[in-house]
Every structure is written in C-alpha cells, then in structure tokens.
Design a protein around this ligand. Structure first.
Ligand code: 3HB
Length: 325
C-alpha cells in the first residue's frame, strides 16, 4: 500500500509501481485534450502515459486532462505556449488556424485510409510542418489519427453536394475545412465539438462534418438520422509540448518521450482502423441510415481546393504534390 491510495489509478494492476513512480517523479507533466475519455485520443493519451512512466522508470509522470477540462483548444495552445500546460493533443484543424501549412492535412481525398496518412506523417514535409510551431514556443512531436471525416444530417439523405444547398452545416472552425464546404455552396457555421450536440438538437444546424468516433462518443446518433460515409479528409491531432519544457530535458529523456509517442501513434492508428466496420454497425443499430458516398461527387471541390491551397504555402504545395495520386 502506498500513501497515494486515494489516486483512482491505484485500483488497477500496476498501480503501486505507477503511484510510487509518481511520488518520486522528477518531472510531472500535464497533458490536455478536448475529447471525452471514451474517444480514441484519450485512450492514446493513456497509452502515452503508460509508456512514458514505464520507460523512464517512473522519473516522468503524466496527468491527463480530457474533455476540455483545462479550456478549449485555443486556450490549451496558449497555455502550452506559456508553459502552464506541458503537452496537448490538439486537432490539426485548430492548429491550421494559426499555422496555415497544417491545412495540407485537410486536402480532400488525399489519403484513402488513415494508414496512408499515418505513413505520410513520417515524410520530411510533415516534419517540416511540425517545425513551424517552434516560433510559438511549441515543439510539434507527432501526429495521431482518429479516423476520417464523414457527414451527418439531421433529416435529409444527401447524395451529392447540390443536396446540401439551403442547409446549414456545422464545420470544425478551421479555414481549409470551411473552404471545402463553402465551395459546395452550403452555409457553414464553425462550431467547436462540445457545442455541436445542442446546436443540432435545437435546429441551429441541419448537419455536420464529423468522424465516426466522435459521432459515437458524443452521442450524435440521438439527434441525427443520416450518416454519409465520405471519408473525405483525415483527422489528425498534433502532439505538442512547450519548447522549453522539452529542450531543457536531457537527450535521453527527449528520446523516451518521442519513443512513447511513436508507440502511441501506432497504437492509435491500428486500433482506430480496426473499428471502422464496428462503428458503422453501432450507428446502424442506434437507428441511423449509414451509407457510402463516392469521391466522384466532389470532383469540382477537390480540384478547386488543390488549386487554391497549393498557392498558399510551399509546404502545402509539396504535401499535395507528394501525396495526390
Ligand atoms: C471535431 O469534430 O471538432 C472533433 C472531432 C474529434 C475530435 C476533436 C474534435 O474526433
């Protein structure tokens, strides 16, 4: 028994080791994220914690703050910049509002699967993007994928972009995502995840850009009837850390962090890609009509996105040119 018996973790298998590790830890880091505990990214955060604490023999400890407990993503970025929060798993969508290069990840239909995107994260161009965050006092360490984007509609089975005319669609507040929808002629509202449920319930929006994991973990199936599995964009979060926190660690500890994140990223993509069919079935069982929508219906939007975004930033151009088949 340890003095940290009140720690909820101590009820679990390796609790003693973890609790002791925490008591003795040289570094006690905090990590924030917007998603609730059932979401893939929270499971990934737990994996990161486990790896970090085990591989450092308890010298490093991590406390996780899910569900936007320490603020929305913009707040978390500010806290990471100032150093009051050490780590964040922040959506690339949020980061694209600050650093345009990250928009490249939202190039429509650039990747067939999240495994392809997971591989692309190892490319020089993806790493250069992470490097752009240094100017904000943040070090971008890795990318974690939580599936691809789909479309949910309250009461209309949308089969083509024209069917969205006159609808108000929720989009994550991110310039490239808004650009894609605006090019369909749809009206968009940028609404952060925690506010989406009531927006659709009260009829402020008629549908939303979402992913299957968040559809389930936020219970959107209670308030929408149709789900078009478009898989039109991948959905990365970026693992970021305050630059001073990271660079002041000895090389060996930096490598432990990087290694723990690498294992976490692999775990996330494997787990998530294996859940695709199960998630569609869950939503069907919850009474939704789930259907596939082919890439071909968005041909015009794809072309106009590539054209517009390649001109914005050399990293975006390189990214699109490298990965567009
Ligand atoms: C979102 O749609 O804004 C969102 C979805 C996620 C995780 C975080 C944000 O799966």
């Amino acid at each position: 028994t340890t003095e940290s018996a009140s720690d909820p973790q101590s009820a679990e298998g390796e609790a003693e080791e973890t609790a002791e590790g925490q008591a003795d830890a040289e570094h006690e880091f905090k990590l924030g994220l917007i998603t609730p505990p059932a979401h893939m990214w929270h499971k990934a955060a737990e994996k990161f914690k486990e790896e970090l604490e085990a591989n450092s023999n308890g010298r490093m400890a991590l406390e996780i703050y899910p569900s936007g407990q320490v603020g929305n993503e913009n707040d978390m970025l500010q806290q990471i910049e100032s150093g009051s929060l050490d780590f964040g798993f922040i959506t690339a969508a949020e980061i694209s509002s600050r650093e345009e290069a990250f928009s490249a990840w939202f190039t429509p239909y650039l990747f067939k699967t999240i495994n392809d995107a997971h591989e692309a994260r190892e490319s020089d161009v993806a790493k250069e993007m992470l490097g752009t965050l240094e100017q904000y006092g943040m070090t971008g360490l890795d990318y974690l994928f939580a599936g691809q984007r789909v479309l949910l509609f309250k009461d209309k089975e949308v089969k083509q972009p024209e069917d969205m005319e006159g609808l108000v669609l929720r989009v994550t507040p991110s310039p490239p995502m808004l650009e894609f929808y605006n090019s369909t002629g749809t009206s968009t509202e940028g609404i952060p995840l925690p506010e989406v449920y009531s927006a659709v319930q009260t009829g402020v929006i008629d549908g939303m850009d979402m992913d299957l994991d968040a559809t389930i973990t936020n219970k959107f199936f209670e308030v929408v009837d149709y789900g078009a599995v478009t898989n039109h964009m991948v959905w990365p979060s970026v693992a970021v850390v305050n630059s001073n926190t990271f660079s002041s660690l000895p090389e060996e500890d930096q490598q432990i962090i990087e290694g723990a994140l690498e294992t976490t990223a692999d775990y996330a993509v494997e787990t998530r890609s294996a859940q695709e069919e199960e998630f569609k079935q869950t939503l069907t069982d919850e009474g939704m009509t789930i259907y596939e929508l082919d890439k071909s219906v968005f041909e015009e939007q794809i072309e106009s996105f590539d054209e517009k975004y390649k001109e914005k930033d050399p990293l975006i151009e390189e990214f699109i040119t490298t990965f567009r088949e």
